[in-house]
Design a protein around this ligand. Structure first.
Ligand SMILES: [Zn+2]
Length: 145
C-alpha cells in the first residue's frame, strides 16, 4: 500500500466526488476516528481510511498468525494446475534467456578471437616486411616479376 507524505495528502481532493471527478483513487475527506493518531486518506472504492485499514489489518494478522499461510496453502490446493503451469512457463522463459545469453557469449568470444587473430597476422606481416627489402615486399604483395 502506498504511503502518503503530508504534502501528498494536502494535495488530495477534499471530497470523494472531487476525487471521482479527477479520476483519483484517494481523497482526504472527513477525519477518521483515529485522526488524532494519523492523517486521514480515504479510498474512493470503499470510503475507508487506508491508515486505519493498515492498523486493523496488522491487528488481525497478529491475532490470526496462521491466516495468511493457511489461505495461501488453500489457494495453492485449489489452483494447483495454474501454479504448476506458471512455474513451468517461468522455468522455460528463464532457461530460454540463459540459452540466448550463452549463445551470445559464445558468438562474442568467436568474434573477439577472430579480431585477435586478424591483428596477430597483420603484426606478423608487418614484422616480416621490416626484415625484407623493398623488392621482396613488392614481390610478396604482387608476385615476382
Ligand atoms: Zn484512519
Amino acid at each position: 500500500m502506498k504511503e502518503f507524505t503530508n504534502e501528498e495528502i494536502d494535495a488530495l481532493p477534499k471530497s470523494r466526488p472531487e476525487a471521482l471527478e479527477q479520476n483519483l483513487k484517494h481523497y482526504s475527506g472527513k477525519d477518521c476516528k483515529r485522526s488524532d493518531q494519523h492523517r486521514t486518506v480515504r479510498t474512493v472504492t470503499n470510503h475507508a481510511c487506508i491508515n486505519c485499514h493498515l492498523i486493523t489489518s496488522r491487528e488481525f494478522h497478529k491475532a490470526n498468525p496462521d491466516y495468511a499461510s493457511v489461505k495461501g496453502k488453500n489457494h495453492y490446493e485449489n489452483n494447483k494446475e495454474e501454479y504448476k503451469a506458471r512455474a513451468k512457463r517461468n522455468y522455460l522463459k528463464r532457461t530460454q534467456n540463459q540459452r540466448e545469453l550463452k549463445a551470445k557469449v559464445r558468438r562474442l568470444a568467436r568474434q573477439k578471437e577472430k579480431e585477435v587473430l586478424t591483428t596477430k597476422v597483420a603484426d606478423m606481416k608487418a614484422q616480416l616486411e621490416d626484415h625484407m627489402t623493398d623488392r621482396e615486399v613488392f614481390n610478396a604483395k604482387y608476385g615476382a616479376r
